[in-house]
Design a binder for this molecule. Structure first.
Ligand SMILES: [Zn+2]
Length: 335
């Protein structure tokens, strides 16, 4: 009869007792628990990574279920926040792993705290606003970041090891359209490609935890359908604004107003810009609305809005961006 402490015996044969000790002592922050983020977290928990910070702003939607092993019909029906649902499920999978569920919009004011006291940052974002913010934080703190992304039938991963290899801005000097997050709704995403992308990403995270940063730095893996995989080395760009010139625009510049479609649920994310902070507790009392932890949920006609303390919101049930903005303005005007 095998004993619970033999749980990691077969992976220890691959990377040795010292590699295994490092994996068990490892601490990882996952930013975003959509398809790739959730699958990545799942693999790290199975491997026994010591601590996982599970960060996401959204709730589980039925639209998420085709591409994630972590969530099920109960989570979508509730609906549960992705962070809490992931923490609960990962605890059932491996009780050795300590998890911390964080329901939050990641933004310049909280990202450094969320990225503190971990060994690796994992990019599970669905938009380039957050990806570039994570890249800034990783380079400034000198902390490794695993970028991963998937849309339609393709995915990509890159290990960013500051001081050793290129950063995400070396790979993508031009800013992609920031409404990129709507790509799921426009072009969809293949569940198998999501799983493959997250598996390559998790392999990079485990290698970084084992101290193999030199070997993985700058390795860009592109995955496609029907078994297409290509890996190339990305070089550092001396003129890169982030890792070359040390300019951290995503982290230091005041965020501009925006409305963008979210990947997964049928939501729009809105930030009105300027001094938008909201006293969530007082707003919930005035509206007689439901307060869930640090957020307030306002039901309005056929739609609903989840407000966060920094003024950002997720608007559900709007037909397009303009409708989402109008709904936000109407409800926020009463704040
Ligand atoms: Zn760079």
């Amino acid at each position: 009869m095998r004993r619970p402490r033999d749980k990691y015996a077969y992976q220890e044969l691959v990377w040795g007792p010292e590699g295994q000790r490092r994996v068990r002592a490892g601490r990882v922050a996952l930013f975003g628990l959509g398809g790739t983020g959730a699958a990545h977290a799942h693999l790290l928990a199975r491997a026994g990574v010591g601590f996982l910070r599970l960060i996401d702003r959204d709730v589980v939607d039925f639209l998420d279920l085709h591409r994630t092993a972590l969530f099920d019909e109960r989570d979508a029906a509730a609906p549960a926040t992705k962070a809490a649902a992931a923490a609960r499920r990962l605890g059932e999978i491996n009780a050795d792993v300590q998890t911390q569920a964080v329901v939050a919009f990641v933004n310049p004011t909280n990202v450094e705290e969320l990225a503190a006291d971990v060994d690796v940052l994992v990019d599970g974002a669905d938009n380039f606003r957050l990806r570039f913010l994570l890249n800034d934080v990783a380079v400034r703190a000198g902390r490794p970041l695993v970028y991963q992304g998937a849309e339609a039938g393709r995915g990509a991963t890159l290990a960013v090891v500051p001081g050793v290899g290129p950063c995400l801005r070396c790979l993508l000097p031009e800013t992609p359209p920031l409404d990129d997050a709507g790509s799921c709704a426009r072009v969809g995403v293949s569940p198998a490609v999501v799983a493959a992308t997250a598996a390559v990403g998790a392999d990079l995270t485990l290698a970084l935890l084992r101290g193999e940063a030199e070997a993985v730095a700058g390795r860009l893996c592109r995955l496609g359908e029907r078994g297409a995989v290509a890996t190339v080395r990305v070089e550092r760009r001396p003129d890169c604004p982030v890792c070359g010139r040390g300019e951290f625009a995503a982290l230091e510049e005041a965020p501009a107003p925006y409305v963008m479609a979210c990947c997964g649920g049928r939501a729009y994310e809105i930030f009105p810009g300027g001094e938008a902070a909201l006293d969530v507790a007082a707003f919930a009392d005035r509206r007689g609305a439901k307060r869930v932890g640090e957020v307030v949920v306002v039901e309005e006609g056929e739609g609903s809005i989840v407000f966060f303390g920094d003024g950002r919101a997720l608007v559900y049930g709007a037909g397009d961006e303009a409708e989402a903005r109008a709904l936000y303005d109407r409800v926020r005007g009463e704040a």
